[in-house]
Design a protein around this ligand. Structure first.
Ligand code: PMP
Length: 397
């Protein structure tokens, strides 16, 4: 970090921030104008601990449009509005786990969630994947059997995964992968609470990734479920409003109790702005704008890496169809970690990235890199890609 701060002109492919150019200033101006013209000033008062009922209803209808079999009334009742979905994730783990407990996570996984587990003294166990990065049901089964035999299964409290356009890998979990996870657990009587993090579900470029969430997929029927997502990434991160839908009343009540201690309610004003954005269609209009912008930015970074011929030097990456990240695999033997020479060389060359090693719950791989195309504009992304590529060339001549 010190090195990064001391390097003027450093381009960051690390930050998970969103695009500045497309932030919805005029929508927000109109909404604030409308809110402040109304006689009722409730939006400037404290709201409720669970969150605005109007916002919960409009979110419930939105989820129901994606998954028709769900009942919007019930969804609204089971929804908790949080200060970003980060808080929803924290609440979920806070009330489920004690130090020494275990949570199963996807591989790779969202590093801030993994960090949080560490902070709470909880250990992560990765759901095994094959060489293509797909859930490996057979190996997962062996892992669970081993946990049963060793007694670790008694400390297993939850399973967590990022389902759409993952941070960091950009991949989405197919219905069959999700079913494999559920069935492997269920077959062993391990129906632990499941957390689906769908933060990027709506941030696809041209078409949604079709899959059923845990809320409606039959394989998860017997599990306590918590589905989280956010209104920050698709609209404005500065508003910091997320939500979770919990199928289990007892779990939800515990989270509401803990939320009362955190803040007794997410900022009511921010919720009111987002409620209006959703109700008036501004949210969907903004989504159209950002989807097109991120697609262009993905391509700008991808092209820059191709121009440096990284693909011919043993580097590989899949092109995501949504989200904010490219997940690069370096040739075996290149250590992209924080302490490694590669990372230092990138910073010295004016570009910074997230080392992949941070994104593994256990047994970290050292040769991955997460590049974000969220913040920088196209020209800056090309330059950042060029700088990254120059270093990569040096390490893989
Ligand atoms: N989940 C994932 C996978 C994320 O990438 C993020 C943001 N980086 C979050 C949750 C939390 O986002 P927020 O608190 O802004 O809703």
């Amino acid at each position: 970090m010190t090195m990064a701060l001391e390097t003027p002109g450093l381009l960051s492919l690390a930050a998970g921030f969103t695009d500045n150019q497309t932030l919805p200033t005029s929508f927000v101006r109109d909404i604030v104008e409308r809110l402040t013209s109304a006689a009722d000033k409730e939006y400037l008062q404290y709201g409720t601990n669970q969150g605005r009922i109007g916002l919960r209803r409009v979110l419930a209808e939105r989820i129901q449009r994606m998954e028709l079999e769900l009942d919007p009334g019930q969804l609204a009742e089971s929804t908790l509005i949080t200060n970003g979905s980060q808080q929803a994730l924290y609440l979920a783990i806070q009330v489920l786990c004690d130090p020494g407990d275990i949570v199963l996570v996807d591989r790779p996984s969202y590093f801030v969630f993994l960090e949080m587990l560490t902070g709470l003294g909880v250990s992560a166990r990765s759901i095994p994947v094959d060489s293509a990065g797909k859930v490996d049901r057979a190996v997962f089964g062996h892992l669970l059997d081993g946990m049963k035999a060793s007694g670790d299964a008694d400390r297993l409290r939850a399973v967590y995964f990022v389902s759409h356009f993952s941070n960091p890998s950009g991949r989405s979990l197919s219905d069959s992968e999700k079913t494999d996870i559920a069935e492997a657990l269920r077959d062993r009587d391990m129906t632990v609470p499941v957390i689906e993090d769908a933060a990027y579900r709506e941030l696809y470029f041209t078409a949604p990734f079709e899959s059923q969430s845990i809320l409606s997929a039959p394989a998860w029927r017997d599990f306590p479920k918590f589905y989280t997502s956010t209104l920050t990434k698709p609209f404005a991160t500065g508003l910091k409003v997320g939500f979770g839908v919990c199928s289990d009343r007892d779990w939800l009540n515990k989270m509401l109790y803990a939320k009362g201690h955190h803040d007794f309610g997410t900022a009511n004003f921010n919720q009111a702005v987002l409620e209006q954005a959703l109700q008036t269609g501004a949210f969907d209009q903004e989504l159209k704008v950002v989807r097109a912008a991120y697609l262009k930015k993905r391509d700008a970074l991808h092209q820059a890496l191709l121009e440096q011929k990284l693909d011919q030097r043993g580097w590989s990456w899949a092109l995501p169809t949504g989200g904010l990240y490219l997940w690069l695999r370096a040739p075996e033997g290149i250590d992209t970690g924080l302490e490694g020479e590669f990372c230092r060389a990138c910073i010295a060359n004016g570009v910074v990235y997230v080392p992949g090693e941070l994104c593994f719950g256990d047994e970290p791989s050292r040769n991955f890199v997460r590049l974000s195309y969220g913040v920088l504009g196209e020209a800056a992304l090309q330059e950042a890609g060029r700088r990254f590529g120059q270093v990569a060339q040096r390490f893989t001549p």
